[in-house]
Design a protein around this ligand. Structure first.
Ligand code: GLC
Length: 824
């Protein structure tokens, strides 16, 4: 890294502070976002996870937990559409035994209790909320251990100089199984709940004697119990417990005033039917200015079979885990491991650029968000309920580009999983269900193409060509090497092209809402055609490396598709977006609405279909017509009339979602196209515009978390202009990251090494990057004395000048020093 002076760091920090908003700020040192008041426009959330046991945590203690699948294996409840919003959660109640006053140290669910202070720190897979009320400061840190157990690590401090006697209650509402069934069939589903208290080990255990796992609403369900027991335990001696929500809360009450807490009792309820909760009560004596620490644990253990022996086995398994963590100091150790895992993850790519916002996002938040999209796809957020379609194939493939430099092993695993969801003909499940298996085949003709794309990206990153020989089964029988799987993906799309080599749109392409353009099998998608071209070009490149004859075949096909796209899809000033079954052009000069779509322009460039004048022209058209103060709209002008031959996009209100919002995923591809065209200043400006901390963001309008990208920002075409939605789980995260690392900073993995090819603003005089590549760490300093946009003059590796701008993999496991001199 460059030696940044104390002054620079100071001004960097000042700039960070300036971009903080009235609800919080970034603590760069701690790698946390700090929320300083609880009344944010919406809940601002975070993820806790060990990769299997996961939960969402809002800054006021809301959220839910699940094991692998948020739909099929939901542990705790969260009420969609709830008023007050964001209920329930992982709540702790503190009750002063002398006065009877009680409150929740996370603000919710007791918002009428005035807090003297509030702070929430969201970090990578942990959240710490600290509040002061009635002279008691309480800090709860939520995180998950490797044992499939979440921890609420609590520290309580007396601040007024008088001794206090407190009751401490934990509380969660349990779903125990299928979350959608819990919502739509709760009056029946609750008859299978079973909550027991194990007095010897002081653990509350809960399960369900029925588990719906078939995907459709059918009476033909498996004859099975939920395959887990949830447990809750405390490191404090347990004085009472409750498993019945009705008893604990009491009639006509809510989480705000549970009767048990109000009365300072527990009813010691175990249930065999009814709405289940887990609540433990303990007593705590706090001397004046005294401090106490304790933990609440909640987790899952497997349920194997039925009957007493099986129940006892689960109880023993839970007790065994809990005992290990009841040892003082153990949990602190576990938390420190989590922090060092974070640092290890991030160490693969760190930058120091004269751009503090980019430093902040690339060094931490953007990497964290892509790790999260890798882990959760679009399956579990406050916007994706985790109840419907499971995971999207195309999303899961793209998300895999995120952890590629930090965790190539994860990507290898994902590739195996995705190849295993392919059918013999090369088609794939469009969406699939983790844990319970299966999926849905829809006929989208972009979906299969994302597999070759990640396989090739993996090869360029790792050089691990042995993966191509791995034998992976097809969904419908038989098996083949991974190489064959990706050939079949490309082959399947070939079978979905018309006589002009253009790809049919079928029930939709990347844009899910162009869903009625091509159901009769005649409509074509230019985006699919460009993505297909891109994959053909990449396949040709791969076969050249493999020295196989197929390279020529792919190259010829690429050339034919490219020529045809340019012949049939060019519309004078830009590329059209699609042709529907009626033969009508969509996204054309001649269209009344939806005249231009940015994806068609971006992908024409990304795929190499558009070159020279045409490439410049189509991107200029996109910039001219789709620019807003928040970035580029997905299309312009938005549809105001429903068109049944286009579909859902035209049913959505103008300015939102795929009907003309700044849809960040599409926006990120436009930035990529500009970077490919070496339009550095524009790309950099748009990169900043996309950041949720751009100075133009009015956070009260924006509403969602400022530390992660959201799916879309409402365009000026709607009165709620500037409002964002679907934060966290969006494909834009991975592309914003890789655009910046690979094309803007310009450190791009190729088959034979790491290419240095930046595209930077001319006022960047120097920047540096630390990047892990094939096991080695490269400390790369870029010098730009002449103020150009990144043209490489020379590359010096460990003191020796290289020919060209490709650093061959050193492969000795040592750190390497690279200096790249840039010119005009
Ligand atoms: C959502 C979907 C993604 C789709 C996009 C555009 O982000 O998860 O699969 O490509 O919307 O419709």
């Amino acid at each position: 890294m460059t030696n940044t002076s104390a002054r620079e760091i100071q001004s960097d920090t000042e700039r960070m502070n300036r971009i903080s908003n009235k609800y919080g700020y970034f603590d760069r040192q701690a790698r946390e976002f700090v929320i300083t008041r609880p009344d944010t426009p919406l809940p601002w959330v975070n993820y806790i996870t060990n990769g299997k046991y996961s939960g969402l945590v809002s800054h006021t203690g809301g959220g839910y937990s699940f094991f692998i699948s948020p739909r099929d294996c939901r542990i705790s409840r969260w009420r969609y559409n709830s008023l007050p919003q964001d209920r329930p959660g992982r709540y702790l109640y503190l009750r002063d035994r002398q006065t009877g006053a009680f409150w929740s140290p996370t603000w919710q669910p007791t918002p009428s209790v005035p807090l003297t202070s509030f702070q929430c720190r969201h970090g990578m897979n942990y959240t710490a909320i600290t509040t002061l009320a009635y002279g008691i400061e309480a800090r709860i840190t939520y995180f998950v251990t490797r044992e499939n157990m979440e921890v609420w690590m609590v520290r309580i401090r007396e601040t007024e100089g008088r001794s206090r006697s407190l009751d401490v209650y934990s509380f969660v509402e349990l779903a125990l199984g299928h979350a959608l069934v819990d919502l739509i069939n709760q009056p029946n589903d609750k008859h299978f709940n079973d909550v027991r208290y194990l007095g010897d080990s002081q653990i509350l255990m809960a399960t369900k004697r029925y588990w719906v796992t078939f995907n459709s609403a059918t009476v033909k369900q498996a004859n099975q119990s939920w395959r887990h027991w949830a447990f809750m335990a405390s490191t404090l001696p347990v004085a009472g417990f409750d498993g019945s929500r009705d008893r604990f809360i009491g009639p006509w009450r809510s989480e705000e005033n549970p009767i048990a807490v109000e009365q300072g009792v527990s009813f010691n309820t175990e249930i065999t039917a009814g709405d289940a909760i887990a609540s433990l009560r303990s007593s705590l004596e706090l001397p004046a200015h005294g401090e106490k620490e304790f933990c609440i644990f909640m987790g899952v253990v497997p349920r194997e079979g039925e009957g007493k022996a099986s129940d006892e086995k689960a109880g023993t398994a839970a007790a065994e885990i809990v005992e290990r963590f009841r040892i003082p100091g153990r949990i602190g150790e576990e938390f420190r491991k989590l922090v060092s895992m974070r640092d290890d993850y991030l160490s693969s790519f760190q930058i120091e650029a004269p751009d503090p916002e980019m430093n902040l996002f690339i060094n931490f938040w953007n990497q964290y968000q892509t790790k999260t999209t890798y882990q959760f796809s679009r399956d579990a957020s406050y916007h994706h309920g985790g109840l419907l379609f499971g995971r999207g194939y195309r999303d899961s493939c793209q998300d895999a580009l995120g952890p590629l430099f930090a965790k190539p092993g994860w990507v290898k695993e994902r590739i195996g999983e995705m190849a295993g969801k392919q059918f013999q003909d090369g088609s794939v499940y469009h969406c699939y269900y983790p844990l319970t298996g299966g999926g849905e085949r829809t006929g989208h003709s972009d979906t299969p193409l994302w597999l070759p794309m990640i396989v090739i990206a993996y090869l360029k990153e790792t050089g691990d060509f042995s993966i191509l020989e791995e034998i992976i089964p097809f969904v419908d029988g038989g098996e083949a090497s991974l190489l064959e799987h990706i050939e079949r993906a490309a082959g399947f799309i070939k079978s979905k092209t018309n006589e002009q080599n253009l790809v049919y749109i079928g029930p939709g392409d990347w844009n899910d809402t162009l869903d009625y353009c091509g159901r009769e099998g005649k409509g074509i998608s230019s985006l699919n055609s460009f993505i297909y071209a891109f994959v053909l070009r990449e396949m040709a490149g791969l076969h050249r490396i493999l020295e196989s004859d197929r390279a020529v075949e792919y190259q010829n096909l690429y050339d034919a598709v490219k020529a045809s796209c340019n012949q049939h899809l060019w519309d004078g000033k830009w590329y059209i977006r699609a042709i529907n079954d009626l033969g009508e052009k969509i996204g054309s000069l001649s269209s009344e609405e939806g005249k231009i779509f940015i994806n068609a322009q971006s992908w024409a460039v990304i795929s190499g279909v558009a070159e020279g004048e045409r490439a410049a022209r189509c991107m200029d058209s996109a910039l001219e017509m789709c620019s807003t103060p928040k970035g580029l709209k997905i299309l312009h002008p938005p549809y105001t009339r429903v068109d049944p031959h286009i579909g859902l996009a035209t049913r959505c209100v103008p300015g939102k979602k795929e009907n003309g919002a700044v849809f960040n995923h599409a926006f990120s591809w436009a930035i990529l196209a500009l970077l490919i065209l070496k339009r550095a200043e524009k790309a950099h400006t748009l990169y900043h515009q996309a950041l949720p901390i751009h100075p133009s963001v009015d956070i009260d309008r924006y509403e969602v978390e400022p530390y992660v990208y959201s799916e879309y920002v409402t365009s000026p075409d709607h009165p709620s202009f500037g409002q964002a939605s679907h934060s966290w789980l969006t494909g834009s995260s991975v592309w914003m990251l890789r655009n910046t690392t690979d094309y803007l900073l310009g450190i791009r993995p190729e088959y034979n090494g790491l290419l240095m090819d930046p595209c930077i603003p001319s006022d960047w005089k120097e920047f540096s990057v630390t990047r892990r590549y094939r096991g080695d760490l490269y400390n790369i300093t870029f010098r730009n004395p002449g103020g150009g946009n990144g043209r490489v003059i020379s590359v010096i590796l460990d003191g020796d000048a290289l020919e060209g701008n490709l650093i061959p993999p050193c492969g000795d496991g040592k750190p390497h020093e690279v200096i790249v001199i840039l010119g005009n």
